[in-house]
Design a protein around this ligand. Structure first.
Ligand code: CMX
Length: 437
């Protein structure tokens, strides 16, 4: 058994026993109540699922196994670069332990060994029109690759429940290993005349992705390392994580579950916001006829967007009530590497101008930027102007978190997810009974 799998098995076996004992003694403790507003309002804040790999706090932001983003930057292995390796984060999410440089290097090599993409996946992609959205292509490719699922094959052969975690781990590792190649193929086919770039065996997972996209600078490789790290996981209730959890809970294999995640990520209120942000910025600069707008011009354009009944993309969050630490991490990267970039400066200007305007509406619960407010400007700076591809990059990263958690969900034997729904008539009758008594 490989070192990561055996460590995961050891941790999951111990935790499974702990959870069984806890449920026996404390299973009836009430941890939350649900209001009618929550039932109608997208189930905000209801504590009703367990997600081991990360936890989100409204005021302090995301923690991966108890580590904030700056702490990940301090503690995770960095390989040949200066930013954390996503390999290290995956190890941390799966085992709860920070890996050594050697363990992160082992994982890099292991993903290199597993990264085979079958020819029919590329053929499937080639059958799609190039102008199909990059996320449609990405989701289709992952679905086409489901032919390789170890979980589906073993289930078909009668695998016992006790082995589900093992087959899930195999699929998670193989899929994560293959995603950069699939994503880069989509990018090069769609935008670079199908001039593909072969993987480079000497590079880590994120740097190899940068290489296959066709941007060879060391700075961009570091950007990909931090980008793939900060987008990986955001606890379990967000739409892409929850979609993986829900689909996976039916014992659909990891390829099918991850496709659900990617379809959820493709919505403009979730991952597609990263394309919408840069589109909004480009549209604004074009409308104003300048690359260096004044704060008054940005404010006026923001008010125009709101008056047209649209949201300002990249701002607001269902949980956070402060600037997203993933935004701040990208801003810190930009302050270090690209302080003179015009497009990055516009992002910082929007950060100054937009929050008070959103606050003044009186209804926006979080006027601050989220992760998507910054990412596009950095990509544009390094030459990736094709914003229709941006959500695929988010998706490649998101695989790390949701698939690590899927291993945990199978190891802990989480059951089919099936919350209770109501009709408005049921709610009205309930109110009538409550108010009568
Ligand atoms: N611009 C304008 N209005 C906004 C807004 C924004 N950025 N954010 C919230 N609002 C509005 C909502 O549309 C809602 O209006 P109505 O009552 O008229 O329907 C009101 O403020 C209250 O919303 P909220 O409780 O503050 O926010 P929600 O939890 O419902 O929604 C989110 C959260 C992210 C969907 C919302 O802030 C939004 O649409 N933001 C822009 C899109 C975006 O950046 N999404 C990416 C999120 C991060 C990610 O998942 O990648």
């Amino acid at each position: 058994m490989d070192p990561l799998k055996s460590k995961f098995k050891e941790k999951a076996t111990a935790m499974s026993a702990d959870i069984k004992a806890m449920l026996k003694t404390h299973g009836n403790l009430v941890i939350d109540q649900v209001t009618i507003s929550q039932a109608y309002g997208g189930m905000r804040d209801i504590k009703s699922m367990v997600w081991e790999t990360s936890l989100l706090d409204a005021q302090t932001g995301i923690q991966f196994r108890g580590f904030s983003i700056p702490q990940l930057q301090e503690n995770l292995p960095k390989g040949k670069g200066t930013e954390p390796l996503p390999e290290g984060l995956f190890w941390l999410m799966l085992t709860g332990e920070i890996p050594t440089e050697a363990e992160a290097q082992w994982l890099s090599d292991e993903w290199e060994r597993r990264r085979n993409v079958p020819e029919h996946v590329f053929k499937t992609l080639k059958a799609l029109p190039k102008d199909a959205h990059a996320m449609t292509q990405f989701s289709t490719a992952v679905l086409a690759m489901q032919t390789e699922s170890v979980f589906a094959k073993r289930y078909d052969e009668g695998m016992p429940k006790s082995d589900y975690w093992d087959a899930t781990y195999e699929d998670a590792m193989n899929l994560i290993a293959a995603l950069p190649q699939i994503a880069a193929f989509i990018y090069r086919r769609k935008y670079k005349n199908s001039k593909y770039i072969k993987p480079n065996d000497s590079l880590d997972w994120a740097a190899n992705f940068a290489h296959m996209l066709g941007i060879q600078s060391e700075e961009f490789k570091d950007l990909m390392r931090i980008y793939m790290t900060i987008h990986a996981d955001h606890e379990g209730g967000n739409a892409s994580a929850h979609a993986t959890h829900l689909t996976g809970s039916t014992l659909s294999d990891p390829y099918l579950a991850f496709t659900s995640a990617m379809n959820a990520l493709s919505g403009p209120l979730h991952g597609l916001a990263n394309q919408e942000v840069i589109k909004w910025i480009f549209d604004m600069l074009e409308a104003l006829g300048t690359t260096k707008p004044t704060n008054e011009q940005v404010a006026e354009y923001t008010r125009k967007t709101l008056s047209e009944g649209k949201v300002v993309p990249g701002y607001g969050h269902a949980v956070l009530r402060m600037p997203d630490p993933r935004f701040t991490a990208q801003m810190t990267f930009a302050q270090k590497h690209t302080p003179d970039s015009d497009i990055v400066k516009v992002v910082w200007q929007i950060f100054e101008v937009v929050p008070p305007i959103l606050q003044s509406l009186g209804k926006v619960k979080n006027p601050w930027p989220n992760v998507d407010a910054h990412s596009g400007a950095l990509l544009v700076h390094y030459g990736m102007k094709e914003f229709g591809f941006y959500t695929v990059m988010f998706g490649v990263s998101r695989a790390l978190g949701v698939l690590a958690q899927l291993c945990w969900s199978r190891a802990l034997g989480f059951p089919l997810e099936r919350p209770k729904s109501l009709t408005t008539e049921w709610v009205q009758n309930f109110i009538a009974k409550q108010t009568a008594s």
